[in-house]
Design a protein around this ligand. Sequence first.
Ligand SMILES: [Zn+2]
Ligand SMILES: [Zn+2]
Length: 233
Amino acid sequence: MIELWKNLFFVRKCLLCGEILTESKEGVFCPKCRLEYEKLKRRPCRACGKPQSACGCMPDKLKHEIAWAVHLFAYDDPFSKTVIFTLKRRDFKPLQVFLGEELASHIGDVAEYEITFAPRKPKSVREYGFDQAEALARVISDEKNVPLADIFTHARRSELQKNLNAEARAENAEKSYALQRSFTREREKLIIVDDVMTTGSTMAKLVSLAKEAGYKEIATVCVARTVHEKETR
Ligand SMILES: [Zn+2]
Ligand SMILES: [Zn+2]
């Protein structure tokens, strides 16, 4: 009940600028921020020139590993950073639903796929009480009617770190993922959801684990990402 009241209270304000929302009780942005958001999606990609939300560029390290990639906007200006910051910090259903539905509308026919997510670090889940990538994957799973699979976990660091030097340890801390022991693959195609992709290292690690698990075709979906000029489709 408290949660419900909190949400009712929050949806009356623009998520980004705090302006009181008078027109739509369901919206997450005020008209001005909504316009800003649409501009962000339309901004041309620096690599391919298409609008961000239609570009499909992917990091070089993933290019030969995945079938396709979708993101909504670039992660490089204050507005995009505020959206992502809010998504990470606040377990706010209207924003998760808004972005999840946005992503779903940019994905084609995925009837043969399963969907999963890059799991949040256990420490952050304890701190914030939720996993934003899981929340997004759940919305997309509902929208596209594809099963949600809980595939990845964070490997126990002690096991991974034992025999590594300092540099490898630092690298490893970022990529301490493993396959869930109890999971069974049901399909051959998989969508992996994350909130932000920067270098693509996390995604590359998850993709290689998914291949180990027998997935033949893998796609990535994230809200925002950094696109570098020399990348290509
Ligand atoms: Zn606003
Ligand atoms: Zn592009």
